[in-house]
Design a protein. Structure first.
Length: 91
């Protein structure tokens, strides 16, 4: 069974509090310079986890990733016949 997951971008003030952020999901990346972390959580629990994280005093902002909602299926474009011919020249 595959669980739908969604990313959270968490902006924080100190790196030492990263352990508390890890407890709420799967930590993918944390930037020391820009002070943000990318955390993946189940889509069903995203609202309550966002609410819990925003209550911490060291977290400045929590943003939800829009990646699951972006359409990734594109229209098929017919390849240009001249380019197809050029690639087959050496074969």
């Amino acid at each position: 069974m595959r669980v739908n997951r969604q990313g959270l971008i968490i902006w924080f003030q100190h790196m030492k509090n990263l352990r508390q952020i890890k407890r709420h999901g799967h930590l993918i990346y944390a930037s020391k310079r820009l002070k943000y972390a990318v955390l993946y959580v189940d889509q069903d629990d995203i609202d309550e986890i966002t609410f819990k994280l925003e209550k911490f005093s060291f977290i400045t902002r929590v943003e939800q990733s829009l990646k699951p909602f972006v359409e990734t299926e594109f229209e098929n474009k017919q390849p240009d016949e001249a380019k197809v011919y050029d690639y087959n020249m050496g074969i």
